[in-house]
Write a protein that binds this ligand. Sequence first.
Ligand code: IPD
Ligand code: CA
Ligand code: CA
Length: 278
Amino acid sequence: MNSQMQDVVNPRVQEDLQLLDSAQALAAAAGEVLLSGLGRSLIVETKSDDTDLVTRFDREAETVIVDGLRARYPHHRILAEEGGERPGEHGAPCWIIDPLDGTTNFAHGLPLFSVSIACLVDGVVRVGVVLAPAMGWRFAAVRGQGATLNGRPIGVSQTESLDSALLTTGFPYDRRTSPANNLAQFVAFKKRVRGIRRLGSAALDLSLVAAGKFDGYWEMKLKPWDIAAGTLICEEAGGLVTNWSGGPLDLFRGEVLASNRFLHDSMLSVLQGVHTSL
Ligand code: IPD
Ligand code: CA
Ligand code: CA
């Protein structure tokens, strides 16, 4: 039996594909909610920092996803940005959700935002979906099965030198008050690479590294819902995702470095160079 045939009958893969179906269906429903609010004049509230925004569409999109998961999987655990943790059965799969990644863009009517849904089984991300409804992009991955954009396989870029690399990054909401705000790292990379973009959605940053549009991405002070799905998509497309020391990524520690693999060591040295000179 070849490995593809084995996967088809492998019950773990069958279960993951069902989880993926649910994630895609609920991301699509949340995406409709977000599209209904795009470009409307919105009441925008701020959260912990005065640059950290939330709208009623963040909350409504999250409700659609959480209610859908509760109906399908009443025993599963859920961690979602707006509503926090909803306990389930001990040891049950855990869903990690950002109903609107890129709220600042959304609030300004800019179509670069996404819905991010990941499912962890035994603490490992098995399934990830990042949907950018206004762009018509649906990124998806199942562990061990590759990554897709709108159903077609994707892969990371082949860029081998920082000189010709296009990178993406983001900045934390406490950047006005905290010196750990990624500005020093931004300057260091800016001197070394072809270009850097700041899109405003971490989930899309990771997915676009997966699709080979960006060669690498780094950011700090992220939350698990920003990166859980995008990390799997990037890894399944052949990318490498670690912390800023090159060690295993911890979804709860905030630091992310993603690359096409070829650039990983050079990106690590730039980050470590900044760290030691602070
Ligand atoms: C934010 C976006 C942004 C990143 C921030 C995140 P939100 O998520 O992913 O790109 O730089 O750190 O908090 O607040 O729009 O869900
Ligand atoms: Ca987010
Ligand atoms: Ca969000």
